[in-house]
Design a protein around this ligand. Sequence first.
Ligand code: ATP
Ligand code: MG
Length: 326
Amino acid sequence: NKNMLTGIQSTGIPHLGNILGVIIPSINIANNSKYSSYIFIADLHSLIEIKNLETIRYNTYQITAAWLAFGLNTEKSLLYRQSDVPEVTELAWYLNCFFPYQRLTLAHSFKKKMENNEKINVGVFSYPILMAADILLYNAEIIPVGKDQLQHVEIARYIANRFNKKIGKKIFVLPEAFLKKETMSIPGIDGKKMSKSKKNWIDIFSSDEILKKQIMSIHTDNKSLNEKKNPDKNYIMYLYKLLAPINRVEEMRKKYLKGGYGYLEAKIALYECIIKKFSFERKKFFSLIKKKYLLDRILDLGAKKAKNIAFKRLNNIRKILKFNPS
Ligand code: ATP
Ligand code: MG
């Protein structure tokens, strides 16, 4: 059995990008009998951005409810809060000491923030090391992620290899990112990567009314109703292609090329398609989010199982490093 692992930060509610890029493909793997899956809510990571613990806690419930609404089977896969398995922070420290500082300064997300002169905390810098610990603690090989996390998985792979070589033993398996071209970077309403922190999301777990407003705000060029439109350079079409049945997509494509078809109409088609496609998941989400006790129970159980595995793994690493096992 191979191990799959993936995480979402508790910085907000999972949006269409998280869902298409990570949640759906991960659940397909997790429900396959050939894999053991570790799915966690990266609340420690979200502390980098959010200092209000109540907000982090609430977001954690929203993410948990989303995973369950999309059909994650928690009898088979582990779903847990990162902070409930603090072994990961000890491993992160060991990894810190095996990774060259200079190399970490080249990480895209850190570099970009430095270039923009943003005020940042040390957490931003060591983010990839904590992520490497998340992965390596469970010997995870398959890591479903979006494009923005590709470099971080590469960093984890590099640390694993370097650690193994320095110690002279194969302690860690080398992880690999799992992603698909069409879904690895879902555009938000402004055409930039959809993000919880950029307010450019499409949130299928909001009310019909708000969801409609979000879809109506998708940026387009300013071609008039009668003009012919380019279906391959259009965010409405980009999303529609991923969600609608193929014959419907073909119809829309033809209408774009022919002219006389406005973006407003295309947006309504996209909205209706989303409402229809996710009606089951939305209902389930709205019902689950009211049952915090149930979500807590599932997360606690997941944490217990994860902790059991993490504890043994970490002790093994402690022994290898000649620290006393606990
Ligand atoms: P934040 O703005 O707080 O970073 P986020 O939307 O980027 O939020 P994360 O929790 O950072 O979400 O990422 C969770 C997973 O979802 C990661 O694997 C990330 O690569 C993936 N992901 C995030 N945004 C998108 C997107 N627009 N398309 C596809 N995958 C995405
Ligand atoms: Mg992100």
